[in-house]
Design a protein. Structure first.
Lengths: 265, 254
């Protein structure tokens, strides 16, 4: 005889409740799978077309590569400037959004909600809005990355401040240092590694986001990818996809190297 | 020279400090003994107002600074503090940690720009020499051993060129040998520089060894205030009711 133990021992009532919950969840999942047309048969039926598409991408048209040089640079520039401007917005606001430094709970909550709103809306949606406002081109993309990134960095920056050990802060207050001096000498040195890590991560995210901004006309390599697909130039599409892959992998590699170096205790 | 008169502090219904009065002369090292929760830490924190006392007066070098923000900073500038966990900034260099003891003497703009005056640097190096750590000036503070970090804590307090130093269980997390080095550094600095030192300890043996005078606290009130020689069994029983003195002397046998 074996006894099934998962966490606490369950009573008969808990077994029944769990079974009912399980059946309900399964039913809900089955229903939603139907509404989004989840279908294995469709997948099987579509497989030859996918194989056909991939075969048409072969061999990649490497002659297309030189034409991607400018879009690649533009993508990196978008990511870098999107990150820099996001820092510029997040840096002054993060102090207001950190529980331990915020002047009042009201300011704290208002700032955090502002970050959430900026972060909660996808870059592509912001890009669509800014394309409508400032016109097609990379500037709309930079603005989209800036707003979304400021929300994310603001939250991460504020959390890094909150995680600072309060003991050095007390140590400096006890010397008679002014509040600004306490922030500069006790809080910032503790928050800085977290800020740099968040910034590097945001740079990676921005690079990935910048590769698709072009699809809504907001600059970067995404435009080439999208138009090659529309023109059925699948050999060109293959080159775009491979170049994007190389960019993202390079960024991940560099940023993880840098992060390890900076976060060493 | 610290003069404390009628210092009181309550947390709700708990009386943490009950009209405590005591004096520490320049160059004197007074050690405060008492069980955990007796109010030792609250006493020190009420003196430099890291905790706001409910009543009472504190004079440093004969001066009771006004209770506004400038008065508070002026008070703290004259009173160094040493903490159980040293409270250094881990990622800053040893030298910069010591220089933070100079912040109250520096213009805010130049300190924020990390510009330090020649005089401040000279004082910082001198304080590091005092605790024999000048050769580690450029190490990161958290790369030092516990005892070395506490000596940096002492150097930071000395860099304030204070009239008084408050030490809150400065050797609680250190081995006996290191603890003696720390307490010795503290007493030497006190005597040579004429600083009034008020130091909380929970080891009776160290108190007997290093104190010029011992103040015993129980339940927020002073129950003993005399030289170490006068600390007999009866006085110990007043400070630590219900404890055998053999238990108290055990942990410094090492």
């Amino acid at each position: 005889m074996r006894t099934f133990i998962l966490g606490r021992a369950w009573t008969a009532r808990q077994w029944v409740m769990s079974a009912v919950t399980g059946v309900l969840v399964a039913a809900a999942l089955a229903w939603s799978a139907g509404s989004i047309d989840l279908s294995l048969t469709e997948l099987v039926r579509g497989t030859p077309y996918m194989v056909d598409l991939v075969s048409r991408m072969m061999p990649p048209n490497w002659d297309f590569l030189p034409r991607l040089a400018r879009p690649v640079f533009e993508t990196v520039q978008l990511a870098v400037w999107g990150t820099l401007l996001a820092i510029a917005l997040a840096l002054p606001l993060c102090f207001l959004g950190a529980r331990n430094l915020s002047p009042s709970p009201l300011v704290f909550h208002a700032t955090r909600q502002l970050f959430n709103a900026a972060r909660g809306i996808n870059e592509i949606i912001f890009a669509l809005i800014f394309v409508a406002a400032v016109g097609l081109g990379p500037f709309a993309g930079v603005l989209a990355l800036t707003i979304h990134g400021a929300g994310m960095l603001g939250k991460f920056f504020a959390e890094a401040i909150e995680e600072a050990d309060p003991r050095p802060v007390e140590g400096l207050r006890a010397t008679g240092a002014s509040p600004l001096q306490v922030i500069v000498f006790a809080v910032l040195p503790q928050a800085l590694p977290g800020w740099i890590a968040a910034t590097l991560y945001r740079l990676e995210v921005n690079l990935r986001a910048a590769t698709i901004l072009g699809m809504v006309g907001a600059g970067g390599i995404g435009f080439e990818l999208y138009s090659s697909l529309k023109l059925f130039q699948y050999e060109d599409t293959a080159v775009c996809v491979l170049v994007i892959l190389a960019m993202v992998m390079t960024a991940d590699y560099l940023s993880s190297k840098l992060r390890a170096k900076i976060l060493a205790p | 020279m610290i003069e404390v008169r009628g210092l009181s502090k309550r947390y709700g219904t708990l009386v943490a400090l009950d009209a405590v009065s005591l004096d520490v002369a320049a160059g004197e090292m007074v050690i405060v003994l008492g069980p955990s929760g007796a109010g030792k830490s609250t006493l020190l924190r009420c003196i430099n107002r890291l905790v706001q006392p409910d009543a009472g007066e504190v004079r440093i070098a004969g001066e009771a600074p006004p209770r506004d923000r400038d008065g508070l900073r002026h008070l703290r500038a004259q009173v160094g503090m040493i903490f159980q966990d040293h409270n250094l900034v881990p990622r800053l260099s040893v030298l910069k940690n010591v220089l933070t003891g100079r912040l109250s003497h520096m213009p805010v703009w130049s300190s924020v720009l990390q510009l330090f005056g020649e005089e401040d640097l000279r004082i910082a190096h001198e304080c590091l020499r005092r605790v024999q750590l000048d050769d580690r000036a450029w190490s990161r503070a958290n790369r030092l051993s516990g005892g070395q970090q506490q000596r940096v804590g002492i150097a930071r307090a000395l860099a304030q060129q204070p009239h008084a130093i408050l030490a809150d269980e400065p050797v609680a997390s250190l081995d006996p040998q290191t603890a003696r080095v720390i307490l010795d550094d503290l007493r030497r600095a006190s005597r040579e520089l004429g600083i009034a030192v008020l130091c909380n300890l929970h080891q009776v043996g160290y108190a007997m060894e290093f104190a010029d005078r011992i103040v015993g606290i129980h339940a927020g009130a002073v129950v003993f205030d005399a030289s170490p020689k006068a600390l007999d069994e009866a006085s110990l029983a007043r400070i630590y009711p219900g404890l055998e003195s053999a238990d108290l002397r055990e942990d410094e046998a090492a």
